[in-house]
Design a protein around this ligand. Structure first.
Ligand code: GMT
Length: 381
């Protein structure tokens, strides 16, 4: 198949899923065309079967807000025509599904078909999409999509409840490449890599996000402060965003800044995650929690919040630990108890990796997208 993929190309889970999906599909022999305002950040090098089409957004003094969605629709239609795309797959409904709808209409007027699939990721439904300025048009584009998927059963249910959408939405969960994201088996090699962040007897706690308010990075620092008061430990924070400064201030105020490393945005998180003993994901909301899945594939269980679609990934006490949002005392107590019990910690580590392997490996999930595309194509023939 020749598939066009549109996503937010900068740091964020929906862009990661879209990019990894394109890479996996290309490896299966499909031809993938990314269409976005900049190259998706996980798309490095020149992979065979993958093409990137930039969307230039012309500015003009009249435009206080350059109309990206229109430029995107035009580019989608062009790429579809010039590269004979079979379908478009847009990630995050706002505004991508609306642009895809326009592109489909533009091509229909020229006697060509361009079905499109919309994948809902989270705040496009639970937050941004609820704004009255976006809700009616987002609902319309969801209804008009040739196929719709959501990344968790939770998000599926929210879409029906919040948007009054009646149509069928297929749940296709987030996935991880279990060969790329895996534990470092060689103990010597792992110890050497860990020594860049911690002494031999210190635990490494890690947090990975785009540091937006919803991720509650400050809670991660607070949890770590309580853990570090009881155990030798270091915190490694991967990513960057609006709340980084608040987290840095707190680390200084608590006098633990010399135990914390802020790494900023990193391209190869698969090399960092296996070095951790625990992942901290104290988010206000996660429709799935891709960062936790990536850690789990590396045999690192997560201390997370019991929100959204997280329980579809993490079974409390089995492959991770779940707490109420903001309950940093309980999260810290849970982390301390787990790290003090090596047998339980090892069992949880194994269970985390097993969950990733048995339910969320790209080899299991990507074929579900292929089947879905085939179904959409058959129904729009
Ligand atoms: O919805 C968002 O906040 C944006 C999106 C992103 O681009 O970071 O995150 C969502 O999509 C991820 C990938 O499918 C999920 O793993 C995240 O749980 C989800 N975030 C939220 O629901 C807050």
């Amino acid at each position: 198949m020749r598939i066009g993929i549109t996503c937010y190309p900068t740091y964020g889970g929906s862009g990661v899923v879209a990019t990894e999906l394109g890479i996996e599909l290309a490896a299966m022999g499909h031809e993938i065309h990314f269409i976005s305002y900049s190259q998706p950040f996980r798309l490095t090098g020149r992979d065979s079967g993958i093409f990137y089409h930039e969307v230039p957004v012309a500015n003009y003094p009249l435009f206080e807000f350059p109309p990206y969605d229109l430029a995107l629709a035009s580019r989608m239609a062009e790429v579809a025509e010039f590269c004979s795309l079979d379908l478009l797959h847009v990630h995050y409904a706002i505004p991508h599904s609306v642009s895809a709808l326009l592109a489909r209409q533009m091509l229909a007027a020229r006697g060509r078909k361009l079905p499109f699939v919309t994948t809902l990721h989270g705040t496009d439904i639970t937050l941004v999409g609820l704004d009255r300025g976006y809700l009616p048009i987002t609902r319309y584009a969801i209804d008009e999509s040739d196929g719709v998927t959501s990344i968790s059963a939770y998000l599926n249910e929210k879409t029906h409840a919040n948007f009054g959408v009646k149509r069928e939405i297929a749940v296709i969960p987030n996935f991880v490449n279990c060969n790329l994201y895996q534990p470092i088996r060689d103990a010597g090699q792992r110890a050497k890599a860990r020594s860049a962040f911690a002494a031999e007897d210190e635990f490494i706690l890690m947090h990975l996000s785009n540091f937006r308010a919803v991720k509650r990075v400050v809670d991660a620092v607070q949890v770590f402060a309580k853990v570090a008061a009881e155990l030798p430990a270091r915190l490694v924070l991967v990513g960057d965003g609006p709340d980084r400064s608040a987290a840095e201030w707190l680390a200084h105020d608590l006098g633990i800044h010399n135990r914390i490393q802020f790494l900023g945005k990193q391209d190869h998180v698969n090399e960092l995650l296996p070095l951790a003993d625990l992942m901290l994901m104290p988010s206000e909301m996660e429709s799935f929690g891709l960062a936790a899945l990536e850690a789990m594939a590396c045999r690192v269980p997560a201390i997370s919040t019991l929100v959204g679609g997280v329980p579809e990934l993490i079974e409390d006490g089995v492959n991770g630990l779940l707490y109420n949002v903001g309950d940093v005392d309980a999260m810290a107590a849970g982390a301390i108890a787990l790290l003090r019990d090596p047998a339980r910690h090892q069992a949880m580590r194994d269970a985390a990796r097993r969950t990733a392997q048995t339910s969320f490996c790209s080899t299991l999930v990507v074929p579900q997208y292929v089947k879905f595309y085939e179904k959409v194509l058959a129904s729009t023939k």
